[in-house]
Structure formats: structure tokens, C-alpha cells
Design a protein around this ligand. Structure first.
Ligand code: SAM
Ligand code: DTB
Ligand code: SF4
Length: 338
């Protein structure tokens, strides 16, 4: 029998956790990352089964409703105006075009539709227009999600009223690595937006990117931040860096794929009832690694031939992969607590 030194769900020394919150210390999360691979996967799969039908995978389709020309300096991002990536800036899409794309996504089997805009933060009139898009997409019976940058007071409420189910705003990295990646806004700005989203009654979709040159301890730091949000996000996208020519991270050495799988497993263990999404980077990943991610507790993917500006596996390849693995597309809902 292996020694099992990792204690789950402990409060930080000397602190009483708020009611309902499960506090994770970074060293506890790091200890999960350090477990032998089969042990980590076994734990993650057990947690997954306790909380979800482990054969059900969410299909979320992305649409870039406003591409490129962004004033921010996120080192990974092809849409930052300051990097020469070949992405052309475009205006906000018209409702009829978005409706068509959402209908196509629905017909192809998606249940969630996420609209992304390359803004630092939207203006009031942008939010009004996106609210119209949200209502249009919602009328098709799809779950709606938007990612528009930082939100002001009132913006989240307007979107909620229009029918927004989720707002995506990622923490992206551990706090102590963040400054190496982005300088034009800080970690606290992100936390503030997440609080406004929560406050408006919109569900939170929040995750990060791995493979940007961070250490394992910093990956643990990112997961601890996410897991300690109170409550933790309903939806957690884990992105593997897509290395885009022209961005400062274009030449970053790829992350060991098993380390990506470990990140998914640790997210599942620390956020047992979240939808954990195997997000950007699938096109570069291979089927076997994706299968390991599902085993590690991923129960959502971005589905559609494109992410925002970069590629994603063809829809048919994903349908084939699910069939080969005996998985089914649907909306994973946490099972009732025993
Ligand atoms: N502009 C808004 C913002 O930054 O919040 C919304 C769109 S932004 C493209 C959404 C997320 O996409 C980022 O927070 C980041 O996690 C992810 N992302 C962007 N470029 C990526 C890349 N090259 N590889 C992996 N994930 C990426
Ligand atoms: C998220 O966490 N990943 C998505 C979505 N939320 C908006 C975006 C991935 C973008 C990958 C690079 C691109 O296609 O531009
Ligand atoms: Fe702009 Fe968002 Fe890209 Fe950062 S991640 S450069 S804010 S589009």
C-alpha cells in the first residue's frame, strides 16, 4: 500500500474557513501534483465519479464576436495589437451573423455557446450590443457564455438580464507569475471582475493557462487560487498554451503532456463539482493524452473547428474520439449529494 500523505480540504493554519468554503493551501495542492501518476488519476477519477456521470462531456462552441486590435499585452495572446501575429482586427459582429453561427453550433451538438471579444473592458454601448447577442443565442435554447474583459458595475447585471448564464474571465496564472505574462492590468482587477459577475448572479467560468514557463509550484498556485474562490467557479477552463508566432511566448518549450493531465486531475480533486474543461491546445495534443484528461476528470471541451483565432480539432474528429472512448455529449450536472 502506498503512503497517502495528502490531506484533503484543510483550512490554512490558524484560519477558520468561511462557511461552505474549502480552503486549499498551495503546498497541499502541490503535494497532489507530486503524487505518483496512477495514484493521482485514481483519486481524480474517484472524485469525478462521486460527483458526475463520468461518461458525459459538455460541448461548448466558441465564437470570436470581436477579433484583434486589443490594447492589452498578454504575452500569450494573438489578439494583442502590439504583437505582429497576422490577426486582423474586426468590428463587433452583427446579431444575424451570430445567430447563424449559434444555430450551426447547436445543430452540430453544442450545448453552450461562448462569445469572446478582444477588449480590455467593454464600453456601455458594447455591453448593450452584446446583451442583444446573448438574448438571441439564448432564444435557441443554448447555454450562453461571454468573455469580454473586465466588467464595470452594472455590466454584469445587464448581461444577466439578457439571459447570460456564464461569464468567462480567467485568472490565467498564479499571482506570483502573473507579472511575467501581463503588465497592463493586475491580478486584483481580475478578482474584482469575478466578484461583480458573482454579485449579479451570473455563473463563473474561470481558469487559466499552463505551459507558459511557470513552475509546478506556480501551477499549484493557480489551482489553489481557483479552488479558494468562494464558491469555486462552476466552470474551469484549463488551457494548454497555444504558441502563436509573433507573441512573446511563441518559442516557449512545450509542457510535458503528463503535467497537463496532472493539472486537470488536481483541478478535478480541488473543485469536485465544477465542469472542468480541456480547453485550448487540444489540436496539438493527440487522442491518447485527451483520453487521459477525460480519465483525470475533464468533462467539457471546446467543440468546433476554431477556438477564437487558432485551430481546434474538427467536429467529426471529436465525435469519433468520443465514440471510440464510449463517451457521450451532454450537460454534466453534479449528482445529488449522498
Ligand atoms: N479579452 C478578454 C480577456 O482577456 O478576458 C476575453 C478574451 S481572452 C482571448 C480569453 C482567454 O483566452 C484568456 O484569458 C486566455 O486564458 C485564453 N487564451 C488566449 N490566448 C491563448 C493562447 N495562445 N493559448 C491558450 N489560451 C489562450
Ligand atoms: C478560455 O479559457 N479559452 C478560450 C475561451 N476561454 C475564451 C480561448 C482560447 C483562445 C486560444 C487562442 C485563440 O484561438 O485565439
Ligand atoms: Fe486582449 Fe484578452 Fe488577448 Fe489579453 S487575452 S490581449 S485582454 S484579447
Amino acid at each position: 500500500m502506498l503512503e497517502q500523505p495528502v490531506t484533503l480540504h484543510r483550512a490554512p493554519r490558524g484560519e477558520v474557513p468561511p462557511a461552505g468554503a474549502q480552503r486549499w493551501r498551495v503546498d497541499e495542492v502541490h503535494a497532489l501534483f507530486d503524487l505518483p501518476f496512477p495514484e493521482l488519476l485514481h483519486r481524480a477519477q474517484s472524485v469525478h465519479r462521486e460527483n458526475f456521470d463520468p461518461t458525459m462531456i459538455e460541448f461548448a462552441t466558441l465564437l470570436s464576436i470581436k477579433t484583434g486590435g486589443c490594447p492589452e499585452d498578454c504575452s500569450y495572446c494573438p489578439q494583442a495589437a502590439r504583437y505582429d501575429t497576422g490577426v486582423e482586427a474586426s468590428k463587433l459582429m452583427e446579431p444575424a451573423e451570430v445567430l447563424q453561427a449559434a444555430q450551426r453550433a447547436k445543430d452540430a451538438g453544442a450545448t453552450r455557446f461562448c462569445m469572446g471579444a478582444a477588449w480590455r473592458s467593454p464600453k456601455d454601448r458594447d455591453v448593450e450590443k452584446v446583451a442583444e447577442l446573448v438574448a438571441t443565442v439564448k432564444s435557441l435554447g443554448l447555454e450562453t457564455c461571454a468573455t469580454l474583459g473586465m466588467l464595470d458595475e452594472g455590466h454584469a447585471q445587464t448581461l444577466r438580464t439578457a439571459g447570460l448564464d456564464y461569464y468567462n474571465h480567467n485568472l490565467d496564472s498564479a499571482p506570483d507569475f502573473y507579472g511575467d505574462i501581463i503588465t497592463t492590468r493586475d491580478y486584483q482587477d481580475r478578482l474584482d471582475t469575478l466578484e461583480r459577475v458573482r454579485g449579479a448572479g451570473v455563473k463563473v467560468c474561470c481558469g487559466g493557462i499552463v505551459g507558459m514557463g511557470e513552475s509546478r509550484l506556480q501551477r499549484a498556485g493557480l489551482i489553489a487560487q481557483l479552488a479558494n474562490l468562494d464558491p469555486y467557479p462552476e466552470s474551469v477552463p484549463i488551457n494548454n498554451l497555444v504558441r502563436v508566432a509573433g507573441t512573446p511566448l511563441a518559442e516557449q518549450a512545450p509542457l510535458d503532456p503528463f503535467e497537463f493531465v496532472r493539472t486537470i486531475a488536481v483541478a478535478r480533486i480541488t473543485m469536485p463539482r465544477a465542469r472542468v474543461r480541456l480547453s485550448a491546445g487540444r489540436q496539438q495534443m493527440g487522442d491518447a493524452v485527451q483520453a487521459l484528461c477525460f480519465l483525470a476528470g475533464a468533462n467539457s471541451i471546446f467543440y468546433g473547428d476554431k477556438l477564437l483565432t487558432t485551430g481546434n480539432p474538427d467536429t467529426q474528429a471529436d465525435l469519433d474520439l468520443l465514440a471510440r472512448l464510449g463517451l457521450k455529449a451532454g450537460q454534466p450536472e453534479p449528482v445529488a449529494a449522498a
